[in-house]
Write a protein that binds this ligand. Sequence first.
Ligand SMILES: CC/C=C\C=C\CC(=O)SCCNC(=O)CCNC(=O)[C@H](O)C(C)(C)COP(=O)(O)OP(=O)(O)OC[C@H]1O[C@@H](n2cnc3c(N)ncnc32)[C@H](O)[C@@H]1OP(=O)(O)O
Length: 723
Amino acid sequence: MVDYIIDQNLAILAVNNPPVNALSHHVREGLVEGIKKANANDQVTAIVIIGKGKIFCSGADIREFSNHAAIKDPVLTSVGHTIENSGKPVISAIHGNALGGGLEVALFCHYRIASESARVGFPEVLIGILPGAEGTVRLPRLSGLSFAMDMIASGKQINAKDAFKHGILDKVCTGNILEEAKDFAKKVIGQPLDSRRLSRINVEDASNVDAVFEVALAQVKKKYKGQIAPIYCLKSVRNSAKMSFDKAAAEERRLITELMLGYQSIALRYSFFAERSASKWRLPCGASVNNTKPSKIESTGVIGAGTMGSGIAVCLIRAGIPVILVEKDPKMLEKGMETISGILDGSVKLKRMTPGQKAKCMEILKGATSLDKLSNVDLVIEAVYENLELKRQIFAQLDKVCKPSTLLCSNTSTLDIDKIASATNRPDKVVGTHFFAPAFIMRLLENVYGSKTSPTTVATVMELGRRIGKVTVLVKTCYGFVGNRTHQCFGAEASFLLEEGCLPQDIDQVLEEFGMAMGPFKVSDLSGIDVGWRIRQEVAKAAGFKLTTETRYHNGERISTVGDSLFEMGRYGIKTGKGWYKYDPTNLRKPVPDSDVADVILDHCAKMGLQRCKIPPQEIIERCLFAAVNECFRVLEERVAEKPEDIDVIWQYGFSFPRYAGGPMFYASQVGLKRVYERVCFYHEKFPYSSHWIPSDLLRKLASHSVEIPMSQWKEFVNGSKL
Ligand SMILES: CC/C=C\C=C\CC(=O)SCCNC(=O)CCNC(=O)[C@H](O)C(C)(C)COP(=O)(O)OP(=O)(O)OC[C@H]1O[C@@H](n2cnc3c(N)ncnc32)[C@H](O)[C@@H]1OP(=O)(O)O
């Protein structure tokens, strides 16, 4: 796992642990052996550590953390001490990435050089820990405290040029990294090593540490609300300036151990792998990412220049994929083009794009008012409003206009893909591509296959998602798919809680304290109360009944219409300055609780004869989350989602479920399925008119076991395969 190569008077230690050179046990062993061997060889005058393959090193092997007690010697710090104590200079030669433990290996070396394109960083905080092999104690000795605190607590990666500027690197190379490392090594042979050993030097700005810490702490608390690791990162860097090197390092070990055993880190590590597993799609027929080739997509069409269509077009052109935006009303088309240009201007302002890049994006965007213009594109995404008949008409027309190989995608957020596909003669090429609003910001893409969608079509939209930088999850068609179907139960319970005693701000506050980025009523104000109203009206129309603010039940199902009263008052949310909250036009980001809304809710309850009472926070969490969890188990049971990780990724990226709580399925696994099942049964008895409380069979089966079944085995209980 570490190749030992003698090249003239140099020993090259090449880490060879594909795919990302993680510091697994054998790599750590190999590094120690290599350093010792090189030191024992009189012919060797210097040592170079390099990575084979695409990167230098991705850090510690995260999979080993699940059994912290079993991490075998040599641990990374003793590997590092062997490197630092080497009597011959050790140079790390970085290409690709040096992350976490990988960067720590470099900081144990006496010199660090890197390719121009290399990036370095400490992403540990993103998995709820801190750099635990003296990274928090060594980095400030090179970069100063403020920079180290920011880099470690944010987990951000920086490029080689910036790393050089901040003292982390000794040289940025433009040529072949190994050749440059050899030349560099020859120049430093014989130079004194002590001043190059970071454990022997001091933190230069140590006297400022308290002031720097306070500023960083205030920022971190605001930016990473509810997260423990960023605060621990700061404390550990502070220790580097307040304690001796050895004491600070020992304290760092204590802090990382505490973090690693904590709920947040376990959830974040789960989230890391869940996200990667989502891209490994598989269809029930056996087709999968491993055996299916995507078709080439070189041109696209987007239908509808409203908010969604414009946002989707931005995603495509930003990735260099040409788009023809079709909108039959020329004025709407012009508005859509302006919206797109405005979004890109925003990116330029935020320095996420140069004006030149914006111009290139706009060059590959064309407008059209007729579907005929899509005759030659490879893929079309329809993004008109949520109406099945309208979508069927458009798809029937597209089927006639587009070349036979064109894939036809719908951005529907709820409708059955099979019903849309059956309007065409190419149901194998029809698929759902459900973007979340705002499409140019939200990272999630929920791809939806119907009963006739072909594996190639699936492979193509999964690859398209990757190309445009989305976290892409594949699900099977059903009403609302995974995202909206399961989230609807969460929203319904939030509305019922309003009828039983809560105000919007009570519910939002509890769920935000739980970790949601925004409570459901703030989200509703952002997305538009009118949007929710329109969807509810469509659903009622399709089900053949008229929904009014007087409706309490339909088909034995409880319905809450408080939001519809707000809609009728023209309170659509932020866009009208009033919704569940009121907004000062000069500060639309700050929702202010509104006594008028409280009056509407109280009137509604009085009219409906609903008794109100005080509802404890725990019940708010249980009602919203367990209702969703129960539906998530149904989704798994019906194989609408292939695995629990897919559902959690959808909640994290679609509904801002806190990554450090894992997702509803992971949360349920931590609460314990027995407890979740008991509470679902309790609420089912209490609320017999909400079918989302009917306990899922899969949940019942799993909860009936005397020991908790690990998440990785839940799937085995689907379809009665295990009882
Ligand atoms: C006592 C403690 C002492 C020391 C502590 C040290 C702390 C650490 O070092 S913690 C680890 C810090 N490093 C990271 O968090 C890096 C995580 N990885 C990444 O950011 C990316 O994977 C990448 C390295 C930038 C590569 O990205 P990409 O090319 O897009 O590939 P991926 O699909 O992400 O990864 C490929 C494959 O590798 C697995 N993997 C990546 N990093 C690790 C890792 N550090 N440990 C174990 N496995 C890793 C990843 O899961 C993928 O595998 P799959 O089987 O496909 O899931």
